[in-house]
Design a binder for this molecule. Structure first.
Ligand SMILES: Cc1cc2nc3c(=O)[nH]c(=O)nc-3n(C[C@H](O)[C@H](O)[C@H](O)COP(=O)(O)OP(=O)(O)OC[C@H]3O[C@@H](n4cnc5c(N)ncnc54)[C@H](O)[C@@H]3O)c2cc1C
Length: 536
């Protein structure tokens, strides 16, 4: 597995500078570097920490987009569902979904959904097979914990165990293909010379130093911040367009396990689902208009409480939720730019690529991701466009079929068996499977750490992810802060507050591995403590 290092970008000038390290930027850096472009990527916070960490973790065709006849979007997403199970088999797996009390429209929609996914099972791993949809009887619904439902249909999509780790896998793959990458490196402004983009001025928050990164092309993949980056300098401000009057906030609750299958509850003005995940449930999303500045958006207690109340009032999915069931919450802003008055729920989730050459700045593109699921395909199209713009030949894309860095595990069973061999008595079967899913080819190394040192065996999550993972990610995945470790590289802070003892033990290991003194350890611990708690 490739070790990710924060670059100082001494290797420029580049063919391509990608600004933004969410899934759109990460997939693009991987695609571009693997097709032969000299590529750099800067992310102002931690990799994948914004909208790409706020998802419902679904890798899905998007059944509901069929209602609006967005057939091409659904077909592409269904193909990507298969591709992601092929290139990241440890991180993406099929999930059964129950649609309660279906009518004729739902039956017709699922017939079309199955037909559009005609090639879904062209995969060698039998555990990734997706069956056709089917009706469920009362007894089956009861056995899934869906008491009170009269009828249902079961169909399948796929789910990521960790979008954060999938985004990192794309970035490690980009680095393995030669891309220079850094988190905590903010593009302050784009530079333009002679009607062409020339790169960006970047500040490294770790060293405090500024650097000019030169590149022949720049892709603005800053999601909800796309307009802010363009507006930051007079040379590009005219490209920014008007400030959107409304954006869409989406939040998810992490709760005790509510059901053993994902349940999709469709309401008049939206939908939400209960999805089993790591022994708990994810409940969401919301679709709430947000009218403030992007930088000031925070998850609030009010959003959490309102959602719990709405579920109690609306739920028809056969499961019940009380405030005491809520262990954690997360959310973000959808990178949509529709104006006031548009219903954010029915807005398209198609990706959008803007070529600013038409507005007078050549070789500058803004790439806004509509769905995590189809980011790889979007990246592939962008690199083809860049090749035309730059007049530079690129290699054909192979990213749909080549396993991502650290994800070439063969089958999950074989990978879990390898983890058990490496860890011996220190690793139980469920922990071996969890490590194989989360850490892929690196999982045996983590198991070996557990075998070597009792301290690293300590479970840090309710599903027993061990502290050994902290050692591994600190050494190999370029975290800067403890929050990067507990919220994104491991699940320690994702399953609700893990408690003071676990957080302190994680801080001890991070301090040893990253060379923090006592004061730094204390401030990192305090920030992590705040980050894992529900907002007050
Ligand atoms: C609630 C919710 C649920 C969702 N659920 C799903 C789902 O289940 N399945 C699915 O397929 N999709 C889902 N989506 C959509 C999906 O999450 C997004 O389409 C995707 O994450 C967008 O990725 P991105 O990289 O474009 O944006 P982001 O992840 O927001 O990345 C943009 C990055 O740019 C960085 N940045 C900003 N300004 C600068 C700068 N000046 N310099 C450097 N870096 C900068 C930011 O820090 C950020 O990390 C969901 C979205 C939401 C909000």
């Amino acid at each position: 597995m490739t070790t990710l290092h924060r670059s100082n970008f001494a290797g420029g000038p580049y063919d391509l500078l990608v600004i933004g390290g969410g899934i759109t930027g990460a997939a693009l850096a991987h695609e571009a570097a693997s097709r032969g472009l000299a590529t750099a990527l800067v992310e102002r916070g931690d990799f994948g920490a914004a909208t790409s960490a706020a998802t419902g973790k679904l890798i899905h065709g998007g059944l509901r987009y069929l209602k609006k006849l967005e057939v091409a979007l659904v077909r592409e997403s269904l193909a990507e569902r298969r591709n992601l199970m092929r290139i990241a088999p440890n991180l993406v797996e099929p999930i059964p979904i129950v649609l309660p009390n279906p009518g004729l429209v739902e039956h017709a929609g699922l017939l079309a959904y199955d037909a559009l996914a005609f090639d879904r099972n062209r995969l060698s791993d039998p555990s990734k097979r997706i069956p056709r949809h089917r009706g469920l009887g009362r007894a089956e619904l009861d056995s899934l914990g869906l008491w009170g439902l009269k009828s249902g249909i079961m169909f399948h999509d796929a789910m990521m165990i960790s979008p954060e780790r999938l985004t990192l896998a794309f970035l490690r793959s980009a680095a393995a293909a030669g891309a220079d990458i850094a988190n905590y490196a903010k593009a302050e402004r784009l530079t333009v010379a002679g009607g062409r983009v020339a790169g960006a001025e970047v500040t490294d928050a770790v060293t405090g130093q500024g650097r000019s990164i030169r590149a022949r092309a720049v892709v603005n993949a800053t999601g909800a911040w796309a307009r802010d980056l363009l507006a930051a300098d007079p040379a590009t401000a005219a490209l920014a367009g008007p400030e959107p009057k409304v954006r869409s906030e989406g939040i998810y609750l992490v709760t005790r396990q509510m059901s053993r299958a994902m349940v999709l509850t469709v309401l008049k003005h939206g939908h939400f689902s209960f999805a089993p995940w790591r022994g708990l449930s994810l409940v969401g999303p919301t679709e709430t208009p947000y009218r403030g500045p992007v930088d000031q958006w925070r998850l609030t207690r009010r959003s959490v409480d309102q959602f719990v109340e709405r579920i109690a009032a609306d739920n028809t999915g056969g499961v019940r939720l009380t405030p005491d069931d809520v262990l954690g919450a997360y959310g973000g802003l959808r990178p949509l730019t529709e104006s006031a008055g548009v219903d954010t729920y029915t807005a398209s989730r198609a990706h959008e690529l803007v070529d600013h050459g038409r507005q007078g700045v050549a070789n500058l593109l803004s790439a806004t991701g509509g769905k995590y699921t189809s980011s790889r395909a979007f990246a592939s199209r962008i690199v083809t466009r860049l090749s035309q713009l730059l007049g530079t030949a690129v290699r054909p894309s192979r990213t749909a079929a080549t396993p991502l860095d650290g994800c070439d595990i063969g089958s999950l069973d074989a990978a879990a068996a390898g983890v058990r061999r490496a860890g011996g008595d220190a690793v139980s079967a469920p922990v071996a499977e969890l490590l194989a899913k989360l850490y892929g080819q690196a999982a045996p190394d983590i198991a070996a750490l557990m075998a070597a040192d009792e301290r690293y065996r300590r479970p840090a999550t309710s599903d027993q992810e061990p502290l050994a993972a902290v050692v591994h990610v600190a050494r190999h995945e370029a975290p800067v802060h403890l929050t990067d470790i507990v919220l994104r590289r491991t699940g320690i802070g994702q399953l609700g507050d893990p408690g003071e003892a676990v957080l302190a033990a994680a801080a001890d290991i991070a301090a040893e591995e990253l060379g923090w003194d006592a004061a730094r350890r204390a401030s990192e611990l305090a920030a992590a403590r705040r980050a894992v708690q529900l907002p007050q």
